[in-house]
Write a protein that binds this ligand. Structure first.
Ligand code: N01
Length: 561
C-alpha cells in the first residue's frame, strides 16, 4: 500500500478505492494500539486521524495546566514489558507535553508511522452488504473500502461550546480548552473570563490567574476537587513499580475498582467496607490518608460511596470541610462549595492550587446557577444585565461525551440504517463493542463500556485485545459479517441497567448521563459494573466461538452457536 505519510513534511496521500482489511479511526492510545495489533497480524491496515499529530485527547487539550490525574506510572501502555522499563516519567502526574512525547515515542518504537494518515477527518462510513465492506470517505477526499472498521474516536473528544447568543459578535479572542492553539497564549495584562468549572477549568484557572490582570470565573455547578499533590516522580517509587510491574498491572486489572492502585507511593487494594459500618475514627482515617495522598484515590475508598447517599454524605462533608480551609473568604467559600449532588456523581476534579487562586485579588467568581449567562456581548460576558468586560473568553465547557465523536460521522449500516437512529434515546452496543445492524464496526472506549469510570488505558487495551482476537477468529478472507445477536445486545443493555440501578450517578447532571448537552437524551452512557466485572463479561463473550455474535461468511449464513 505504500507509505501514507511523510512524517517530516506531514504530506498525506489521498487514497482512492483503496481496499483494506482494517481501518482504524483515531490516533489516541486506543487507536494506536489497535493499529499495532493489526500490523502484528500482517493485515492491510490504515489509521485515519483528524489532527495533524497523534495523541487524541492529549493532542488537542493543550490548555495551560493540562495534565493527567491518574499517576503516570499507571497511565501508560501495559502490554509491552520492554517499553515499561525503557520509559521514565518526570512527574508523578505527567503534563500534556510529556504525554504527547510518550505517545510519539511509542509510535516510533512500534513503527506505526507508515500506516498513520494525519489531517484526515472521517466524514461517512456506509456498509455495502453485497461486498461485505465499509465504504469510508474523508473530508480530504479519500475513499476506502475496508472489511473491518474500528472507531477509536475517544469518549472526550467532541468539544462543546454552548449556543450562547452573541458569540459571533464578540470582539475579543475566544478559546476552547479542548482545542487549544499550539502556540503559547500570553494573557499578561488582560481581562480574562473562564466559563465552566470542570476538570479542564480547575487545571487552567490557577495558571491563567497568575498571568491575567483580572480573571473572572463563571460557575454554574461547583465541582468537588481534591488536591493533586503532583511532584517530581519519586525514584524509589519508580524502582518499586518497575521491579514488580507485571504484578502491579495484574492488580490494576483485576484487583482495583477503577484501574489504579497507587496510594501514597504504595500499591493498595480497594476498601471493601461500608463507610457506614466502620467507626467514625476508622472512616476519617481512610479519608485523611487519601486526602494526603491526593488525586483520584477516593474512587477506591469505601464500597458504598456511590450507592448509598448517607455513605456518600460522609465523604462529601469531609471534602467540603477540607475545601473550606483552603479559601480565605467565608462568603466566597459558600459559593465555591459543592452541594446538592453526591460526590463523585460528577467526575472528581484534582487540582493544583485551584481554590487558592480565588484567594488572589485579581480573581473573582460569578455564580451563574440562578442567573445563567444571558449572552456574549461585543466586549464580554453578560449575566443578569451586567457586562463583565473581557479581552479573552475561555470556554471550558466540556464535551459531547462518549457518543459525540461517533455521532458526528454519518454511519449507515445494514439496509441503510443510521447509527444515530439506532442510538436515539440511548446508545446500544453489546459489551460496548458492537451494535446490531452495523456489522464489522467495532467501538473502542465507546458507549455501554466503562470508559467513564475506569482508567481509559486499561479499558482500551482490553478492548483492543478483544477486537483483535475476534477478528483473528473470524479472519479477514472472503465475505464476512459479524454483529451481535439481537438478544445479546438486549441482554447487555438489561445488565447495564441492572448494575446501575442503585447508583447515585443518576442524581447529578453530568456528562456521564449526557445531561450537559441541551437536547441530548438523559441516559447512562457507560457501564457501571467495574473493570473486573467488565473484563469477566467480555471474556465470557468469547466462549463457544463467540456464541453471542451472529457470524456470516461468504453467501451462506452461519450462526456460530
Ligand atoms: O468538562 P466538564 P471538562 N453555562 O463537562 C460548565 C476529563 N478531563 O472539559 O457542571 C455555564 O467537566 C459546566 O457546568 P455544569 C474528565 O473526565 C480530565 O472540564 O454542567 N457553564 C462545567 O462546569 C472530565 O470530567 C482531565 O453545571 C456551563 C463545565 O462547563 C472531562 O474530561 C482534565 C455551561 C464543563 O465541565 C470533562 O472535563 C480535563 C453553560 N451554558 C478533563 N455549559 C485530567 O486528566 C457548560 N458549563 C486531569
Amino acid at each position: 500500500m505504500g507509505v501514507a505519510i511523510d512524517r517530516a513534511s506531514k504530506k498525506t496521500l489521498i487514497l482512492n478505492n483503496c481496499d483494506l482489511d482494517v481501518l482504524v479511526v483515531g490516533a489516541g492510545f486506543a487507536g494506536l494500539y489497535m493499529l499495532y495489533r493489526c500490523q502484528q497480524r500482517g493485515y492491510r491496515v490504515r489509521l485515519f486521524e483528524a489532527g495533524d499529530g497523534i495523541g487524541g485527547t492529549w493532542y488537542w487539550n493543550r490548555y495551560p495546566g493540562a495534565r493527567v490525574d491518574v499517576e503516570s506510572m499507571e497511565y501508560s501502555y501495559t502490554f509491552d514489558e520492554k517499553l515499561e522499563q525503557k520509559w521514565s516519567w518526570s512527574e508523578r502526574y505527567a503534563a500534556q507535553p510529556e504525554l504527547l512525547r510518550y505517545i510519539n515515542f511509542c509510535a516510533d518504537y512500534f513503527e506505526l508511522w507508515p500506516n498513520i494518515q494525519l489531517d484526515t477527518f472521517v466524514e461517512s462510513a456506509r456498509y455495502d452488504e453485497v461486498d461485505g465492506k465499509w465504504l469510508v470517505e474523508t473530508t480530504q477526499g479519500d475513499r476506502v473500502s475496508t472489511k473491518y472498521c474500528v472507531m477509536a474516536t475517544g469518549f472526550l473528544s467532541a468539544g462543546e461550546i454552548p449556543d450562547f447568543d452573541g458569540v459571533g459578535d464578540y470582539e475579543g479572542n475566544t478559546y476552547l480548552t479542548s482545542k487549544w492553539p499550539k502556540q503559547k497564549q500570553d494573557f499578561t495584562g488582560q481581562e480574562v473570563s473562564v466559563i465552566g468549572t470542570g476538570s479542564s477549568a480547575v487545571q487552567a484557572i490557577p495558571i491563567i490567574a497568575k498571568e491575567a490582570a483580572h480573571l473572572t470565573v463563571f460557575q454554574r455547578t461547583p465541582p468537588f476537587s481534591i488536591p493533586l499533590r503532583n511532584e517530581p516522580l519519586n525514584r524509589k517509587f519508580e524502582t518499586l513499580v518497575k521491579s514488580m510491574y507485571r504484578e502491579w498491572r495484574e492488580r490494576q486489572r483485576w484487583q482495583s475498582r477503577a484501574g489504579f492502585i497507587a496510594v501514597s507511593n504504595q500499591p493498595t487494594y480497594p476498601n471493601d467496607n461500608s463507610a457506614l459500618e466502620v467507626s467514625e475514627e476508622e472512616r476519617l482515617s481512610d479519608y485523611e490518608m487519601r486526602w494526603e495522598s491526593g488525586g483520584l484515590c477516593f474512587y477506591s475508598s469505601f464500597i458504598d460511596l456511590l450507592t448509598d447517599q448517607k455513605a456518600n454524605d460522609t465523604l462529601a462533608d469531609f471534602v467540603r470541610k477540607k475545601t473550606r480551609e483552603r479559601i480565605n473568604d467565608p462568603e466566597l467559600a459558600e459559593l465555591l462549595l459543592p452541594r446538592g449532588y453526591p460526590i463523585m456523581a460528577k467526575r472528581l476534579c484534582a487540582d493544583t492550587g485551584y481554590y487558592e487562586a480565588y484567594n488572589r485579588d485579581n480573581v473573582s467568581l460569578v455564580s451563574v446557577k440562578d442567573f445563567p449567562i444571558e449572552r456574549i456581548s461585543k466586549r464580554g460576558v453578560v449575566v443578569a444585565g451586567k457586562e463583565y468586560p473581557s479581552d479573552a473568553i475561555i470556554f471550558a465547557t466540556g464535551f459531547d461525551a462518549v457518543t459525540g465523536a461517533i455521532s458526528r460521522i454519518d454511519i449507515q449500516g445494514r439496509g441503510g440504517r443510521d447509527l444515530n437512529d439506532h442510538w436515539q434515546g440511548a446508545p446500544r452496543a453489546y459489551l460496548g463493542l458492537l451494535s446490531v445492524g452495523f456489522p464489522n464496526l467495532f467501538f473502542l472506549d465507546g458507549p455501554c463500556a466503562n470508559g467513564a469510570l475506569v482508567s481509559p488505558m486499561l479499558l482500551s487495551e482490553h478492548q483492543v485485545e478483544w477486537v483483535d482476537r475476534c477478528m483473528a477468529h473470524i479472519g479477514v478472507e472472503g465475505k464476512i459479517a459479524v454483529e451481535p445477536k439481537q438478544e445479546s445486545e438486549e441482554e447487555w443493555m438489561r445488565h447495564m441497567t441492572e448494575v446501575a440501578k442503585d447508583s447515585l450517578l443518576h442524581k447529578a447532571n453530568s456528562w456521564y448521563m449526557g445531561a450537559n448537552i441541551p437536547g441530548k437524551p438523559r441516559a447512562l452512557l457507560s457501564y457501571l459494573g467495574g473493570l473486573e466485572n467488565y473484563r469477566q463479561q467480555t471474556v465470557a463473550g468469547e466462549v463457544g466461538g463467540y456464541n453471542k455474535l451472529k457470524i456470516r461468511r461468504s453467501s451462506s449464513t452461519k450462526t456460530v452457536e
